[in-house]
Ligand binder design. Structure first.
Ligand SMILES: *[C@@H]1O[C@H](CO)[C@@H](O)[C@H](O)[C@H]1NC(C)=O
Ligand SMILES: *[C@@H]1O[C@H](CO)[C@@H](O)[C@H](O)[C@H]1NC(C)=O
Ligand SMILES: *[C@@H]1O[C@H](CO)[C@@H](O)[C@H](O)[C@H]1NC(C)=O
Length: 422
């Protein structure tokens, strides 16, 4: 068992399940009121037990856009929250999906003229923003509670197989025009799984645009790769400790956001470096003013099983289903090894973006993914070679470096012409 694994589990344990240890109390309330001064509404005034105080619906309204909140129930009972910035009657729908441990809030944090969601809205699109099951905004289920281990028995395969089809069926009923999917990181795998397993749903899509799409993870450069070979021990240990949820947005992160990320000398150590260690270091494109807002919603939580699945992908150069070990694989899949996903079945025109300094989803892995897609629209390297994994969401230069290219791609798709690829 590696030291890193022990530490990770320990941190997770402290943050996730012993939240009350960190209940901020009086000190936090004092800090909270001093934080209220700067015009943002991320202050802890909510009932205890609420994981985050960032409401994307409120962020959208605050930034001067109309906002809708939709609830969608999946076939297997999860109740997901989808936010919408509605356009006019003929606005083509565009769907934004977040990556690992992220949430819908991450598409809004940079604000007007900077965040992709607002830029798309300004350009006449009907913008829908998803939340994966188990994150801060999608924690409900028809009959399971997040305190029940069975609630957390999912990985990104289920996000693709159940979450996406439910959400896209819902969107199609409201705006029946062909959809475009724009996803960061893990959204590359969830979209692919959906397209492979539910071609009937994939047919609603005119295009897929992946920003640092994660499917293959073999070349990951983040220190996380040292934990990867120990995925089995990691998962077993979490389960032994009764931990099924990975890095929920515990109060401690709000405390971090409010007290530390704003001004103190600890900002770099506690707020900046963790992002750099995961995504690759890039001080030039990190707007430190955004740090309190980033840490008000990130990390947004997922299942230990889903995170373990990513560790597995870092060890094998494959895009495959969850590895339960030979005996259980035989029972679940009928084979000793987990089956690989066949990317040639993704029958949706696809474009991908990658950047040189991305430690989490490096260019090698994005190219490996793109090579196997049958309908290629383009693979784009971000011109700024310092770009890291998170710069696709939060970099001050993202509108010119990345989003302007997305708008050009969308123009080329001629979305107002309802003709689909098929
Ligand atoms: C956004 O850009 C528009 C047009 O350039 C400008 O008028 C407006 O002030 C900007 N808003 C913000 C919040 O930067
Ligand atoms: C979790 O799901 C898998 C596959 O869907 C199933 O084989 C397994 O028994 C489930 N585990 C639990 C604890 O419910
Ligand atoms: C950094 O973020 C703040 C708060 O959103 C914003 O006012 C400022 O313009 C941003 N700086 C840059 C360089 O984009």
């Amino acid at each position: 068992m590696s030291l890193a694994a022990v530490l990770l589990v320990l941190i997770q344990y402290l943050l996730g399940t012993s939240e009350s240890l960190f209940t901020p109390g009086l000190a936090a309330r004092t800090f909270a009121s001093s934080f209220q001064g700067n015009g943002y509404n991320f202050v802890a005034t909510k009932a205890p037990g609420a994981y985050s105080n960032v409401s994307p619906a409120k962020m959208i309204l605050r930034d001067g856009y109309p906002s809708e909140t939709h609830s969608v129930t999946t076939e297997d009972g999860y109740i997901l929250t989808v936010f919408r910035i509605p356009g006019s009657v003929h606005s083509p729908p565009v769907f934004l999906q977040h990556g690992l441990l992220e949430s819908s809030a991450d598409w809004l944090i940079s604000g007007k003229n900077k965040s992709l969601a607002y830029i798309l809205s300004d350009n006449g699109y009907d913008v829908w923003i998803g939340n994966a099951r188990g994150n801060t905004f999608s924690r409900k289920h028809r009959y399971l509670s997040p305190n029940d281990p069975r609630y957390w028995n999912f990985t990104w395969s289920e996000l693709g197989k159940y979450d996406h089809p439910a959400v896209f069926t819902h969107i199609s009923k409201i705006n029946g025009q062909p959809l475009v999917y724009i996803g960061h990181s893990m959204a590359g795998s969830t979209f692919s799984v959906m397209a492979i397993e539910r071609p009937d749903i994939a047919r609603k899509f005119k295009a897929f645009i992946g920003l640092a799409p994660a499917t293959y993870e073999y070349h990951v450069r983040a220190p996380l790769r040292y934990l990867a070979p120990f995925w089995r021990q990691f998962q077993q240990m979490c389960y032994k400790l009764g931990i099924y949820e990975f890095l929920p947005h515990a109060k401690i992160f709000n405390v971090l956001a409010k007290h530390i990320c704003q001004q103190s000398q600890l900002q770099e150590a506690l707020c900046t470096n963790p992002l750099f260690l995961i995504g690759g270091p890039n001080p030039t494109q990190l707007n430190t003013t955004l740090l309190p807002h980033i840490w008000s919603s990130f990390p947004a939580g997922t299942s230990v099983k889903l995170f373990t699945h990513w560790l597995q992908q870092m060890v094998v150069n494959e895009f495959s289903k969850f590895d339960y070990g030979p005996a259980k694989n035989q029972e679940v899949y009928g084979t000793a090894r987990p089956p690989k996903y066949d990317l040639s079945k993704v029958q949706v025109p696809s474009a991908v973006f990658w950047s040189k300094n991305d430690w989490l989803v490096p260019g090698e892995d994005v190219r490996h993914f793109y090579e196997q897609l049958p309908l290629k629209m383009g693979i784009y390297k971000v011109q700024d070679s310092t770009y890291n994994h998170f710069d696709f969401l939060w970099a001050p230069s993202a509108p010119e470096m990345v989003y302007s290219k997305i708008l050009a791609l969308l123009d080329r798709l001629d979305l107002r012409n309802n003709q689909l690829y098929y």
